[in-house]
Design a protein around this ligand. Sequence first.
Ligand code: GLY
Length: 316
Amino acid sequence: MKRHNIPTAKYKVFNNFEKAKTYIEKAPLPIVVKASGLALGKGVTVAPTKAEALRALKQILVDKIFGVSGNEVVIEEYLAGTEISIHAISDGKNYKIFPTSQDHKRIFDDDMGPNTGGMGVIAPLPFVDEALLSKIEEKIVAPIIEGMIKEGRPFVGCLYPGIMLTDEGPKVFEINARLGDPEAQAYLRLLKTDFLEIVDASIDEKLDKLEIKWNDAFACNIALASNGYPGDYEKGKVITGIEEAEMQPDVVVFHAGTKIVRQGLTTNTVTNGGRVLGISATGLTLEKALSTAYGAISKIYFEGIQFRKDIGKKTG
Ligand code: GLY
């Protein structure tokens, strides 16, 4: 991002605990501490105090809670603003931007508690207009695709930058090379074009020939998680009501952490992960999609079920 002038947070990289500690002690708060490698979406701490930043630093660099993913730590300026997800499919030369979406990464309502893999999503975003999306394309997506070409590594696949809408304009805080989860669930509900056609066009360098068609609607997907997630949680809780939820119009239930258990003549679907189910719905308005999804959720139960009640409530 630095090489290609793509707007992002100021940062410094460390592999030495003492040097990182000294840096944190002088840096303004809040401050972001990131494991440099992959950590299932859990490697980032937004620390409001020095003590919390130092605790995260120690866990990553010394205690190695993320293993080798924590050999290096990135200490980054905190970007205040609204977080959104951008997805663009690229064939290495051409790209197509998907509708905007917004994940809700914290476990509790009002963005409280620790980060998770993603607790809910809406798409497209009513508060991102064409002008802002064009700016994001011009300042972020196009320079990434062009930058990758210039560096001799054309990017083929789904580019998913996480973007903060700050007072100084959109800034990138991470770049993923995949679809987001739960963003993908919302996109799959909105896509009219067969996803496989998009993948084929991307592989065959023919994205310029493909028009990706989207339903003129809104989609949401809300995660139902196990008690204790994103920390330790128990598995094997019997889930009821999935079929009833799926009978609601415009609802699709995605299985994330479930398992089928057969005992004699009984077959149960049980919890088998942190995020257990994704309840998705579409609607002509965002409010309709959300009320449909929450209506479907009311049919589902498992012991310790937790989910956010405020998905889609942000206004920008
Ligand atoms: N939406 C969060 C992620 O996929 O990383």
